[in-house]
Design a protein around this ligand. Structure first.
Ligand SMILES: C[S@@+](CC[C@H](N)C(=O)[O-])C[C@H]1O[C@@H](n2cnc3c(N)ncnc32)[C@H](O)[C@@H]1O
Length: 217
């Protein structure tokens, strides 16, 4: 998935990953991380996710990273907010209220010289092809301070597809990717069963959403 893939998805509004509702696992488990109010939450590959509004309502500031200017424009536009823009070396930073959305490649994030105490990933790790996932995990380890907490939501389904996201990232893979730098706890698993159309049709045997707490060692 190169940048062009994602730009085209946004240009043609093929954004089936975008949820109108707040992610159920976020609402159910965020408080278990014990992240103090006012802590800035890192949201990699953020799209225009409404989950960022929910996190802001819990008293957090948001540092989102997103390739697509359309996603960021829509995020602020749909909220009826005018964002200020600031050009940085690798990013255009859009800022309004407690939101700083960095337009550009998340893999350049260290160039900002910043560290975070909390992070949230829904549909970010599973959007990355397999060779990029270890790089993503190692980058997060460098961006998060010791003791920092991250809520990670992944998908596990079978049979797996390798061509296009969302990719299946099961518990074993999460432990392999993050186990060296994070304590990994599986908090929850939602089994969609026949409420998932592809399971109901027999195309997939199962389709689960997994939720992990990652604590930076
Ligand atoms: C599957 S979507 C998920 C978006 C969001 N997390 C959500 O829950 O709606 C993945 C997003 O990551 C963005 N993206 C992909 N690769 C990226 C990268 N290297 N840096 C920043 N954003 C990226 C895409 O443009 C897309 O909006």
């Amino acid at each position: 998935m190169d940048a062009q893939f994602w730009h085209q998805r946004w240009q043609s509004s093929r954004i089936g990953f975008h949820q109108q509702e707040i992610n159920e696992l976020l609402g159910r488990h965020w408080h278990r991380l014990g992240v103090p109010e006012h802590t800035e939450v890192l949201v990699p590959l953020c799209g225009k996710s409404r989950d960022m509004h929910w996190l802001a309502e819990q008293g957090h500031n948001i540092a989102g990273f997103e390739l697509s200017p359309l996603a960021i424009r829509d995020f602020f536009g749909e909220a009826g907010v005018l964002a200020q823009q600031q050009k940085l070396v690798h990013y255009l930073c859009w800022q309004a209220g407690g939101f700083s959305l960095y337009e550009g490649d998340f893999f350049q994030a260290e160039s900002l010289g910043r560290r975070f105490d909390a992070a949230y990933d829904r549909a970010a790790l599973v959007a990355l092809p397999e060779p990029l996932r270890p790089l993503y995990a190692r980058l997060l380890a460098r961006l998060l301070n010791p003791g920092a907490a991250m809520l990670l939501v992944t998908l596990d389904y079978a049979p797996v597809q390798h061509e296009s996201p969302p990719f299946a990232v099961n518990e074993q893979e999460v432990r392999r990717l993050f186990g060296a730098d994070f304590e990994v706890t599986l908090l929850d698993r939602i089994e969609e069963g026949n409420s998932n159309p592809r399971v109901a049709s027999g195309e997939r045997r199962f389709f689960d959403e997994l939720c992990f707490l990652l604590r930076r060692k």
